[in-house]
Write a new protein. Sequence first.
Length: 339
Amino acid sequence: MKDYCDWDFLNRDFSAEDRQRLAKSGEAMPDGSFPIVTTEDLDNAIKAIGRASNPGAAKKHIIKRARALNAEDRLPDDWKGGQANSWEPRKPKALLKKGDWYRIENKADTSAAEVFIYDEIGGFGVTSGDFLNDLRGIEGDVRLHLNSPGGDVFDGLTIYQALKSRAGETTVVVDGLAASIASVIAMGADKVVMAPKATMMIHEGWTAAVGNSADMRKLADLLDKTSANIASVYADKAGGTVEFWRDRMRDETWYSADEAMEAGLIDEVEGKVNRKRDDFDLSMYAHAGRDKAPDPVLKSEHGPESVGFKGDETVIPKKDEDEPFTWDFAEFKSALKGV
């Protein structure tokens, strides 16, 4: 655990002692934040200005350090005059780190902000710190496009919980792949959609470590606990038991869009009309659906007078009919003689 948040400087790690020393020399702010020793530190500080507790003071400090490093050309154009003008919180915008793999776009012509995660989750891709900081700046609905092979479990669980806790409606669209912890992130949405050719994969947690036998036993216990926690996320979304989903995870299960829909992990395959079988309220009936009703009687036990079955045909017994009328001419002739 470090005393300072990782977002201060993504490429360098300053200890608490380093920060105190740099604060005394003026190379960091009085609280030890924004240490700037190299031009790389300067670039990182400019990127992190929106996360400062006192943006105006941080901006003054950055300008001062840029001058000391003869690097004023690295400052944003509106900073180069040296004035610490009033600072406005940044709006979510494209973040171009490691290419165009993570960005947030607020579009005026759509009701939902478009969010894209197209890389690994964690230190080698999008961290939960980066994501949550930008997500806080979005009000209303969010549509998160996902294409990720997974990554760090705890970063992924943090993003999952952030999506679950949002006030606005959140939709995750799996455009290509939602594997490993990326599939857990998808479960945090109010609605999960997969492109017809997209894929979702779930598996047991895994890691790499060194140590003695006691260390390995502790690690195995931690992996089991973490995998059970992940399985509970799938169970919350799709139903079933934690052990059921652990079995699917042990098998390393890969789902097509239709299979994920059938399993209950997603709500919709993009471009298809999907109706859940239990989307009607049947509580007004004595039996709320076929699965809650007794088996129907298919054959009567009351003899041949009742409806029954013969092979695949329904048998309905005929009603008794009167004998057909015939003329008795002899009797008729005798009756006429007596008239």
